[in-house]
Design a binder for this molecule. Structure first.
Ligand code: PFF
Length: 447
């Protein structure tokens, strides 16, 4: 039997779970999909998804994880032996591979931008130059792959060193620094000329701009950004001590995640409008706009480099949580050594990541449903696999799981007040499943 690790302190739990949630999803993915889907109205739908679906599903994952103290597949095997429920865990494993494959590529881009910013590459560049630089870098063959492999290596290294010494130690120090840096960036961006237009775009809801597909994308992003629907929070939940309050942990993580996404939008959209970049530019949006803001700051190259370093760290605290889903499963169910399975898992994901990276360049012409391979992994995981996983988790907790276990977990054996149980059950039984099914069927155009 492998000795199970657990989080050392209350702050450690929070930092690790928030570290998983806060990452490229907030600073890279959220602004560009909001830009593609019309701005303010998308933000409102996104916030609704967080509140009525995200929070209850995160709590559900914590409940399943902590009550079983098992990995994403083992947990369902324990709670529902000899039933097909463990399929949720299997889907989670698949999602983990898909997400990490393109996540590593984008994190590699960030690392490259650390060097470019520090060496003044972007000084004096226009928005058009920034677009060209981004496109030529991401479509090149070797450089993005080498950065991606370096990122995956660091991810593996931290995962091997275990929960307390690895994940927890790094998250605790570095997340607050990132927050401060984004706020400094916001101040600079908001004082640019035409910053108002950016603010308007982000906050003024124009529902004519919002399509049903936009709602579908918002739902998928809520899952992606909160790291739910694939067993990540379930796995982290299994490391949470019995004395922690699961509800308040989930609530704090969701608030922190949302605040960072909005703060990122506040840095990016004023710059987008100030420099005449199209808000619906797509995946390069943050990489094209933020370096232009740094140019306008004293010691801009220093700030810029520091920002991309911290963004890489934020990506790391997320990527380790994704790899942990795979590692926890194989170490616990098959007694693999942590080091061995981390090396195998990270290598396998890296190979798929290489295909993702090449699909922006030499493999660009091979598309499926009009998407290159990397976009396909991104779409498939965030918009299909995670919401589907979340749907099954909410049905599992709402209808199958023993209510006594839910109550014990929510109220820590009666030591916490139990006012919100009916609200929680209503959300997981009725609201989340219906909302997900409805948006999902509309999104994939079945109804
Ligand atoms: N939530 C992370 C982010 O926003 O960057 C990405 C992520 C981590 C997605 C873990 C899914 C996951 F299980």
């Amino acid at each position: 039997m492998v000795e199970r690790d657990s989080f050392g302190t209350r702050l450690g739990v929070l930092a690790a779970a928030a570290g998983s949630a806060i990452g490229l999803g907030n600073i890279w993915r959220f602004p560009y999909i909001l830009g593609k889907n019309g701005g303010g109205a998308f933000l409102i739908i996104y916030l609704i998804c967080i509140v009525i679906i995200g929070i209850p599903i995160m709590i559900s994952e914590f409940i399943i994880g902590r009550s079983t103290k098992k990995n994403a597949i083992g947990a369902f095997k324990k709670l529902a032996p000899k039933t097909p429920w463990s399929i949720i865990g299997w889907m989670g494993l698949l999602s983990a591979i898909a997400v990490l494959s393109f996540y590593g590529v984008v994190a590699g881009w960030c690392m490259n931008y650390v060097v470019s910013t520090a060496t003044n590459t972007f000084i004096g560049k226009t928005a058009q130059d920034m677009t060209n630089i981004f496109t030529s870098f991401t479509s090149s063959t070797w450089s993005p792959i080498l950065w991606q492999l370096l990122f995956m290596f660091i991810t593996g290294y931290i995962v091997v060193s275990g929960i307390k010494d690895g994940i927890e130690k790094y998250s605790k120090i570095l997340m607050p620094v990132l927050l401060i840096l984004i706020i400094i960036l916001d101040i600079r961006a908001l004082t640019l000329d035409r910053a108002n237009e950016g603010l308007k775009f982000l906050f003024e809801p124009n529902f004519n701009q919002l399509t049903l597909n936009g709602v579908f994308i918002a739902l998928g992003h809520a899952f992606f950004s909160l790291s739910i629907g694939m067993g990540t929070m379930l796995t982290y939940g299994s490391y949470i001590n019995d004395s922690e309050n699961l509800k308040s942990t989930a609530l704090k993580v969701c608030i922190a995640d949302t605040v960072i996404a909005i703060l990122a939008g506040l840095a990016i959209f004023p710059a987008v409008f100030a420099y005449g970049i199209k808000p619906d530019t797509g995946a390069g949006l943050a990489f094209m706009s933020l370096p232009l803001v740094f140019q306008q700051m004293p010691l801009g190259n220093l700030f810029g480099a520091l920002f991309f370093i911290l963004l890489t760290v934020a990506a790391l605290t997320s990527s380790i949580s994704i790899l942990e889903v795979i590692v926890a499963y194989f170490t616990e169910e098959y007694n693999f050594s942590r080091t061995k399975i981390t090396i195998w898992g990270a290598s396998f994901v890296s190979i798929i990541g290489i295909i993702c990276s090449l699909s922006n360049g030499v493999l660009k012409k091979y598309t499926i449903f009009n998407m290159n391979f990397m976009d396909l992994m991104n779409y498939l995981s965030a918009n299909i696999l995670l919401p589907l996983g979340g749907l099954l988790i909410s049905i599992f907790v709402g209808y199958y799981m023993d209510k006594k276990i839910i109550i014990t977990q929510l109220y820590n054996n009666g030591t916490l007040s139990n006012k919100s149980i009916s609200l929680f059950m209503f959300l997981v039984k009725i609201v989340s499943p219906i909302a997900i099914i409805f948006v999902f069927l509309k999104g994939i155009k079945i109804i």
